[in-house]
Design a protein around this ligand. Sequence first.
Ligand SMILES: [Zn+2]
Ligand SMILES: [Zn+2]
Length: 188
Amino acid sequence: MTAADPDTPEGVARFLEGLRPRAGKPCASCGGAICGHEALMSVMMGFQDAPRCASCLARALGVEPDGLRGGIRSSASARECFAAGWRWASSAGGCGCGDLDPSGGTRMAAPAGGPPRHDAAWDAGDLGCGDLVLDLRMKMRELAPGHILRLTARDPGAPADIPSWCGMTGHTLVSSQPPTYWIQRKEN
Ligand SMILES: [Zn+2]
Ligand SMILES: [Zn+2]
C-alpha cells in the first residue's frame, strides 16, 4: 500500500505511525522488550511481522549484531522515512543504540552487463519500505542456496534499499538494473 512516495512528509508520518506501536513489544524470539531502533531494524530487514531485538535479529539473519547495527545506522540515513524512524527512537533515549551514520551507507557497486540467469522471478510492483523486504525475505527463503531471484521493484526507495538489504543479510546482488535486480541466495 505505498501509492505515495514514503519519503514525502505524508509518507514519513504514515511510516512513523506504523512504527510507534511496535517499540516496547517483546522480542519474537527471546521475549525481551525491544527499543524503537530494534523495531525499525526489524522493519528494514523484513521482520515487521515478528520484530526482534538486535541480537536475535542478527542471529536470525546469520550475521554479526555489531555489523548489522552499523549497516542499519548508515543505510537508514539514506532514506527519509527510516532516518525519521531512527531519530524518533533516539528521542525516547535510554538504549544506547547510537546515532545515524550519515556517511551514506554501503552502496554496493553491482556489476553491469547483460541480464544474468535466474531461477525464480518475482514482481513486487510498487511495494515499498517494510512490505517489500518482508516479502523479499520470504521469497529468498523459498530459493535453494546459490539460486538467483529476479526481482522487479518500482518503489522509489528500492535502488537504495535493495543493495543495503543484500549487504546486511549476506545475499549477493548479482546485478542491478532498476527496476530489476538479480539476487543470489546465500549458502545456508
Ligand atoms: Zn531477542
Ligand atoms: Zn535503541
